[in-house]
Design a protein around this ligand. Structure first.
Ligand code: ZN
Length: 110
């Protein structure tokens, strides 16, 4: 089973091929994805759209012409995506506790 990635929801046995995703990648299967609060799902797709748009524009102009501002925007978007994913993880791994930034920051040691 090392060549498969399991859905992060405890007890779920859905998997996907590991070679189709970057190392360390986590997934939520389709059935469990539907259970994610719509605000988190909306945010997930919104951030992904924004990042892809900037990446497409950056590819158009060429890597050497990508401005520092664009790189900074991509880094910021990646951080926001990571935070969003942590909130999705938290929703499933700590279902009895309230979700939110406060909990995330507490876990991160702030
Ligand atoms: Zn699942």
């Amino acid at each position: 089973m090392t060549d498969r990635i399991t859905c992060l929801v405890p007890g779920c046995r859905r998997t996907v091929p590991a070679d189709q995703y970057p190392e360390g990648y986590e997934i939520v299967c389709r059935d469990h994805w539907r259970l994610v609060p719509s605000s988190l799902r909306h945010r997930y797709h919104q951030l992904r759209r924004r990042r892809r748009k900037i990446q497409r524009l950056a590819q158009k102009v060429g890597a050497d012409l990508v401005q520092e501002r664009t790189q900074h925007a991509l880094i910021t978007l990646e951080q926001l995506q990571m935070r969003n994913w942590q909130e999705i993880r938290y929703y499933f791994l700590h279902p009895d506790e309230p979700e939110g930034l406060d909990r995330f920051l507490e876990e991160a040691g702030f």
